[in-house]
Design a protein around this ligand. Structure first.
Ligand SMILES: [Zn+2]
Length: 273
């Protein structure tokens, strides 16, 4: 599943080809993906210029003068720049034509989304899907103080609080497991039992891990151009994720696997207290 780093790298990859370009055509090959496409989408964006791109959580944002297009890649979606005459394959659902370029959304499992926010409906931050999101992990608003304060009433396990995304957004399962390992925090620890000092360590490693993944994905930027480019997960070497029964890379203890909220957690009992 594309996580925050993959979405940010997608944005960086397509941005130079779409910013400042006018939409000359829109091809929708279905009525929708996870949700229906806005029925008047062609009237809304054809003839209009993409002024800039952005991201909020895992939503990619294409900003126009009168509103913004929200694109979510779901479980399996990707966006690619290619010539407009490129034949569509089975899972190519949306083409945004930009003169002699085209932005194509491919999504085999169809959990993605393309939605419109009109500026007449108020601020984009207040959009139904965005307003409950926690702070961006790579922004200045994400601090250990914020994590500490927002977890005082939360007795749920820290792992589940991270995944809930309402304190900090974009820390998916892999990144939650890995950052808790690096911060030395057991994933089962109640969020309100974690000290300010330990949140300091956790906020630092969350930033580090996401920034590292984005940097690593930077080498794939050229893959967003051309029909045969391969985009996908950033293959990283993990300390704990998906390593149940293997030896901890730090203490040689055995990595354990537990299920929390129907999600797999991996951790080292020696290194994480
Ligand atoms: Zn260990």
């Amino acid at each position: 599943m594309p996580e925050l780093p993959e979405v940010e790298v997608t944005r960086l990859g397509i941005h130079p080809y779409i910013e400042g370009r006018r939409v000359s055509g829109l091809i929708l090959r279905r009525d929708g993906l996870r949700w229906p496409f806005p029925v008047n989408l062609p009237q809304l964006i054809v003839g209009q210029t993409i002024l800039s791109t952005g991201r909020r959580g895992k939503y990619l944002l294409l900003h126009f003068g009168h509103g913004s297009l929200l694109i979510h890649l779901g479980m399996s979606g990707n966006l690619r720049i290619m010539p407009p005459e490129t034949p569509a394959q089975k899972h190519d659902h949306v083409d945004i034509v930009l003169g002699e370029q085209m932005l194509r959304l491919t999504d085999p499992r169809r959990f993605g989304a393309v939605l419109w926010h009109d500026n007449t409906n108020g601020s984009l931050e207040e959009h139904l899907l965005l307003r409950k999101l926690g702070v961006e992990p790579l922004s200045d608003q994400f601090t250990s103080d914020l994590m500490f304060q927002q977890t005082r009433q939360r007795s749920a396990a820290i792992k589940q609080v991270l995944l809930a995304g309402d304190v900090v957004v974009g820390v998916g399962n892999i990144y939650a497991c890995e950052s808790l390992f690096r911060a030395g925090i057991n994933p089962k620890t109640a969020a309100n039992r974690i000290s300010r000092k330990r949140y300091q360590a956790l906020s630092v490693v969350i930033r580090q891990i996401l920034a590292e993944a984005i940097k690593q994905g930077g080498s794939t930027l050229k893959d967003f151009v051309g029909a045969d480019g391969k985009t996908g997960y950033f293959q990283q070497s993990y300390f704990v994720y998906d390593r149940a029964g293997e030896a901890c890379r730090v203490c040689q203890g055995t990595i354990r696997h537990i299920t929390q909220g129907q999600r797999s957690s991996f951790y080292c009992v020696n290194c994480q207290k």
